[in-house]
Design a protein around this ligand. Structure first.
Ligand code: ADA
Length: 554
């Protein structure tokens, strides 16, 4: 499965994963051996590869020909792709899709190889030893498409409500793969309501963006209670022949910041959310569809209305499910806790800006995404760090004017970047990392933001709050790490935050216990981050029912 709906009816598309591939490790005692593994998957879930940090090659044969487009939805963390032994693509970052097109491939059997590299080095500024695991493998689907001379790369739909009437700006990016200029019709079918045709002339090997400004009557709005989705279909017609199609989904909803409030279709949003890593002991970061559904059913059962994709863009299928279930998403680019020295890595800027661009371009139409986040707990107390934050907010605002943007700070009373985001967000851990009472810490922070910073007057979110609890460790004395301590702490934390008048909501850290990097955080019990509301096997801890009660009461 690549999406939860059919994305092409004309274009020939085949998922190459979803079956067995050869896996050949490049280093260590098993170097060169060939294993048959299911894909998508990460090698840490194979016997004897739980700690393998190195390179591994995934290989399979396939039959096709013509203009072949290979799209990898995620390879962790650096990919080099070969067709019949010749390099055709190279990409950094496990959490965003990339593609490559090879033209005029002779029809017949071919071999695709994907070399994945999960090593830490200066070449990798975002995948570093961290309080989550960087896995190795083909963690998301790989798709093969056979294209004609012209194809649609993406369709972006921006719904805007004007004088109580829904309109939408629709942009269709069309490529010409032929060796000569081509003129074609781009037919647009949208929301079962409208169809429009535009004629486009595209130079050889180039592209154009066809733009439509449309008005709609009698459409239903997308909301958390009524997540109505519509399809948009683009059809390319060349010399009377239909040569390509592209189908996506969107929702009629608008996010507006009004003073200290976040409004979704003019209704104030109060976030009751959880931060969630893509992590599972059976799948690593390559969670299958059913596991994603199970997680979201737990999110819904908790009474949560939002997920924060800590700390990277998520699988497209997960976002499709959030669209369908009416769960709001804070999606963020890939970074966690980088110091200014780490932000000065010469690879940091291009790698951070690349993941931001890829995230927004590919996830643009998801109505569930209400905000873009960047650079979780990076050096926002430093002037150099501020330049990086500013560049990335400028990039986001150039790519998407329809959503607010923010970043989760941990720089209490030292952040110098609060004038940059649309929403001020903080990660705080009173009663876990320090003993300050929750209300006192919250009040002290909020007052400082209002009186001393350019974040004054903006919406204010708590993007992390929580405590550790070891599943099965019970203590009548509520000693730290016991389930009782975690339950009592989150009860105080959530009650204080959700009763704080000027706070737009809260994200619990975190949904489930996760594996972390042995290299960087071996000090944590079990080499895991144990602050989950459920453990890594999704077994609810004592705190689960307390969260559920508080979320339902607020
Ligand atoms: C930070 C960080 C999280 C996690 C958390 C913790 O807020 O953003 O990724 O590491 O601390 O568990 O301490």
């Amino acid at each position: 499965m690549v999406r939860t709906f059919t994305a092409h009816r004309v274009r020939k598309q085949e998922e190459l994963t979803g079956c067995l591939w050869d896996f050949i490790p490049c280093e260590g005692k098993n170097a060169g051996k060939c294993y048959r593994v299911s894909t998508p998957s990460v090698w840490e879930t194979y016997p004897n590869f739980g700690l393998y940090r190195g390179e591994g090659v995934y290989k399979r044969a396939f039959k096709a020909g013509g203009n072949l487009r290979f799209e990898c939805k995620g390879v962790s963390h650096t990919a080099t792709v070969y067709l019949d032994g010749k390099e055709i693509a190279h990409h950094y970052n496990a959490y965003t899709a990339f593609d490559t097109i090879v033209r005029d491939v002779p029809m017949g059997e071919h071999v695709l190889e994907i070399k994945a590299d999960n090593r830490f080095s200066e070449a990798s500024s975002l995948h570093i030893p961290n309080d989550y695991m960087t896995y190795g493998g083909v963690n998301r689907p790989v798709v093969l498409e056979q294209l004609n001379d012209m194809y649609i790369e993406w369709i972006h739909v921006t719904p805007i409500k004007k004088e109580n009437v829904w309109t939408a700006k629709v942009e269709v990016k069309v490529h010409n793969l032929a060796g000569k200029e081509l003129t074609a019709k781009v037919n647009l079918f949208i929301a079962n309501k409208r169809e429009e045709t535009k004629e486009v002339m595209v130079k050889a090997g180039s592209f154009t963006i066809a733009t439509y400004d449309l008005t709609f009557e009698n459409v239903e709005e997308w909301s958390m209670d009524n997540p109505v989705l519509y399809e948009v279909t683009g059809i390319v017609e060349l010399n009377g022949l239909i040569v390509d199609d592209f189908i996506d989904r969107f929702g009629f909803r608008q996010i507006v910041i009004e003073g200290k409030k976040i409004l979704l279709n003019n209704k104030e949003v109060r976030i009751k959310g959880v931060c969630r890593h893509e992590d599972h002991p059976h799948y690593g970061c390559a969670l299958p569809y059913q596991a994603m559904c199970n997680d979201l059913n737990l999110v819904r059962d908790l009474g949560a209305n939002s997920v924060r994709t800590a700390h990277y863009p998520n699988d497209e299928i997960f976002l499709d499910l959030c669209d369908e279930m009416g769960i709001l998403v804070w999606e963020e680019n890939h970074a966690r806790g980088l110091s200014v020295e780490q932000m000065k890595n010469p690879n940091f800027e291009w790698q951070a800006e690349q993941v931001t661009e890829e995230m927004i371009r590919t996830h643009y139409n998801h109505p569930s995404i209400y905000i873009w986040g960047i650079l979780n707990e990076c050096a926002s107390e430093d002037e150099y760090g501020k330049e990086c934050y500013k560049k990335q907010f400028d990039l986001i605002r150039n790519l998407d004017v329809s959503r607010p943007c923010s970043f989760a700070s941990c720089k209490v009373k030292s952040d110098i970047c609060l004038g940059l985001p649309d929403v001020v967000s903080y990660n705080i851990y009173p009663l876990w990392y320090h003993d300050t009472p929750v209300e006192e810490h919250l009040d002290d922070l909020y007052t400082w933001v209002q009186q001393e910073t350019e974040g004054a007057g903006k919406p204010f979110l708590i993007t992390e709050i929580g405590a550790g609890g070891m599943y099965g460790y019970r203590s009548p004395y509520k000693t730290k790490w016991s389930e009782e301590y975690q339950e009592a702490t989150l009860d105080k934390q959530l009650t204080a935050v959700l009763n704080y008048p000027d706070c737009s909501g809260v994200y619990i850290w975190q949904f489930c216990d996760i594996r972390i990097s042995e290299e960087g955080f071996a000090g944590r019990p079990r080499t895991m981050n144990n602050k989950g509301i459920v453990d890594e096997y999704r077994r609810p801890k004592l705190v689960y029912e307390t969260v559920k009660r508080i979320f339902e009461e607020n």
